[in-house]
Write a protein that binds this ligand. Sequence first.
Ligand code: IPD
Length: 262
Amino acid sequence: MTGFLRLAEDIAREAGDMLLAKRPTMSEEVETKSSPTDVVTILDKASEELIRERILAARPGDRILGEEGGEAPGESEVRWIVDPIDGTVNFLYGLPDWAVSIAVEVDGRVVAGVVNAAQRGEVYTAALGEGAWLDGERLRCTIGVPLAQALVATGFGYSVSRRAVQGEVVAAVLPRVRDIRRGGSCAIDLCSLAAGRLDAYYERGINQWDYAAAGLVATESGARLGGLLGRPVSPDFALCAAPGLFEELHDLLVPLDPERDA
Ligand code: IPD
């Protein structure tokens, strides 16, 4: 596993350095994807190309799922899950909270994860069963924080039709917690939670590449990561917090359950 983590970290650092160098002049070429708010810059694509090249040079048989290039079929039990820039809107606006995220999955389980928040100068790493670190320092999430004192992060995804109900849920959560943050990068939110800078995070309608690496960072820091109503985390829904707070917050979020849409 150390080999996977080292390779993922080297690649995430190289992609982050490239993005830092090129962002000032090249971040403005933009296309939209699933909705007018869902953007991709030329550098999202360049970052993913670099990451794919480096992975395949080191491990030619492995599968890769990437935000921009999708999934290539293959026989290997190893799959790399890549978000070349998580927090693309922040990146586009010159806000510092964006990250390169790389997870390594073996037989369907994420075993290593790296989140390089390059403009913050922070690299988060985790290995399954071994812990989570920020630049080599062991991470522990906050424990025992009651709902009323919790700093809660969320995200809204890009589905315009879903945003009305997300707004209603925020209105219900806000009076019950210390405050709410919308940072703009799921990966950084989960890593911030692991570092004790946030107490909880939830979002409906994300993608596996947003949370694969950072989800391992969060769980290895002691947090629980799951979906609604006992389901596992999935692109439908992610909730993360220390046990106890997880259950308290969960009950306020049930209106976001995708199965209520029908
Ligand atoms: C987005 C960010 C954002 C979250 C969205 C994601 P992207 O990822 O993680 O915080 O709210 O759901 O899609 O598009 O910047 O890679």
